[in-house]
Design a protein around this ligand. Structure first.
Ligand SMILES: Cc1cc2nc3c(=O)[nH]c(=O)nc-3n(C[C@H](O)[C@H](O)[C@H](O)COP(=O)(O)OP(=O)(O)OC[C@H]3O[C@@H](n4cnc5c(N)ncnc54)[C@H](O)[C@@H]3O)c2cc1C
Length: 483
């Protein structure tokens, strides 16, 4: 027999229509991507009653679903194809290497599905509550969820990521161009694609498309691709792209984008001439806008930049000190390990942890997964000079190194920058085969304040790619001795 709740007998009938009291937490994280998930984990481990609120149909965040992991899965497949097709350089006869895009697409979906499934299990593991609803601030301590319910928090973290946006080019919005999401989800080989822009995502996806067999035209407004990188690094990538058959135009002014039944035409000025290039498909640059636009935070009094990024201090606190932000929504870089570090820092600061250190800009690490890869560590030599910091530097090319010659991996160089007195490492730039792996030979030593002399005391196995790093180290060591 069902037992009746004794309290129900005495309840005022009017109270039945009253909303339940909002749930209350010490730390509420909006967005369960890289920044949000790791922040929630850190906060819960420090004893904060924590909730993650995420409105996505599929959880996992940009990195797993539409960013790092799908793009690198596809790029790796395209790299394998490229090397199979160029087996003749090694005396190999591989007659029919070609991309089966349906199989590549299915493999990508399986791998991403596994990563997303794992993340979902982590989010549901019980360290913190998971609330699957989109949220906006009602006031600076209350969130209103998509179903109208309320959630109160002592402290908050905005970790809502970014959205791919179209650049302001006449005709583009109407023409139905592809975003990076569309390229990452292809299950066929497009005959031809115009890629507008030369940022990291544009470069990675252009090479992928070219290697699976599409005719690719890249049209870039800046003087060179990868405009946040050195002209020397960009020049190597541009040369490799052109050698592979990508038609690359830099320093252009785009006049318009036309679309008809046969595809797209882009008209632009290049080297004093008006040029028109056509292709079946068009992919604009993979620029990200903070997600969602600042108005969701207005009710909480959170200040944003004109572009909508949440403005934060060195502890990731916004203009409202109890509301933090981390990851793409605040920037300044769209890089996963930084999003994680920012999220964890915010959580620890919110929990009152002692001995915290702000994110150290001098350790900035970035990798572009083109072939050759581009990896940078610390500020560039140019940036250091602009700050009035004196440097020593030395570079060594891959085409003069035994291991890279036998691997036919001759594009690029290793450059190391150090301070002149003791030769302490300040930064590095590696352009070449596996640069994204090699740079880690230097990131640990840079974080520990190592000098070129310290690094030269370490063993370097022969013949490895990593061994090339010893040449610029030796040159700087000699300069330190002389000077
Ligand atoms: C094609 C591509 C390739 C990339 N490759 C790399 C790479 O190789 N290496 C690298 O370091 N970085 C790479 N990045 C960048 C990297 O993916 C991002 O910097 C990173 O994933 C951002 O993490 P985040 O936690 O800030 O945001 P996200 O992971 O996007 O998480 C945001 C979450 O917030 C949720 N959300 C949004 N609004 C609301 C709301 N109002 N209420 C509730 N929930 C909300 C979303 O559903 C989402 O789950 C790449 C990006 C792209 C596009």
């Amino acid at each position: 027999m069902a037992t009746q709740n004794p309290k129900s007998k005495t309840r005022n009938p009017a109270s039945r229509t009253r909303r339940p009291a909002p749930r209350a937490y010490d730390f509420v994280v909006i967005g369960g991507g890289s920044a949000g998930f790791n922040a929630a984990r850190a906060a819960a481990a420090l004893g904060l009653r924590t909730a993650v609120v995420d409105g996505a149909r599929t959880l996992g965040g940009l990195c797993i679903l539409r960013g790092c992991m799908p793009s690198k899965t596809l790029l790796y497949a395209a790299d394998q194809l490229f090397h199979a097709r160029h087996g003749d350089a090694f005396g190999l006869v591989i007659p029919r290497a070609r991309a089966d895009m349906r199989a590549i697409h299915a493999r990508k979906k399986r791998i991403i599905g596994e990563f997303a499934g794992y993340r979902l299990r982590q989010l549901k593991a019980g360290q913190f509550d998971l609330v699957r609803k989109a949220a906006r601030f009602r006031d600076s301590h209350t969130l209103e969820l998509a179903d109208g319910s309320l959630l109160r928090g002592k402290r908050f973290l905005i970790a809502t990521g970014s959205t791919v946006s179209l650049p302001a080019i006449p005709g583009l919005a109407r023409a139905g161009a592809w975003t990076s999401d569309d390229v990452l989800d292809l299950d066929f080989i497009p005959p031809s694609v115009i890629v507008l822009g030369g940022g990291i995502v544009a470069c990675e996806l252009s090479q992928f498309l070219s290697r699976i067999g599409a005719r690719v035209v890249m049209i870039q407004r800046s003087a060179h691709v990868l405009r946040d990188h050195s002209p020397e690094a960009a020049a190597v990538v541009q040369q490799a792209f052109r050698d592979e058959g990508i038609a690359l135009y830099a320093g252009t002014r785009i006049r318009g984008v036309m679309h008809d039944r046969s595809g797209f035409a882009v008209e632009f000025e290049h080297a004093g001439k008006t040029v028109t290039r056509r292709a079946r498909h068009l992919s604009p640059p993979g620029g990200g806008d903070p997600n969602p636009a600042g108005l969701l935070w207005d009710a909480a009094g959170v200040k944003t930049t004109a572009a909508g990024r949440v403005i934060v201090n060195r502890w990731q606190q916004s203009s409202q000190p109890h509301i933090y932000a981390a990851g793409d929504v605040c920037g300044p870089h769209e890089i996963v390990h930084l999003a994680i570090a920012q999220g964890e820092l915010a959580a620890r600061h919110a929990a009152g942890a002692k001995g915290l250190r702000p994110i150290d800009d001098s350790l900035l690490l970035n990798v572009v997964f083109t072939d050759p890869q581009v990896a940078t560590l610390g500020p560039s030599e140019h940036a250091l000079h602009e700050r009035g910091i004196r440097t020593l530097s030395a570079a060594y090319p891959f085409d003069d190194h035994g291991r890279s010659i036998l691997m036919e991996a001759k594009y690029g160089y290793v450059k190391i920058v150090a301070e002149p007195e003791r030769g302490r490492i300040l930064g590095a730039e590696i352009v070449g085969k596996d640069a994204g792996e090699l740079i880690h030979c230097l990131s640990g030593p840079l974080a520990m304040g190592a000098t070129v002399g310290d690094l030269l005391r370490a063993p370097w196995y022969h013949p490895t790619l990593a061994e090339i790093i010893t040449y610029p180290l030796e040159e700087i060591a000699a300069q330190v001795k002389r000077g």
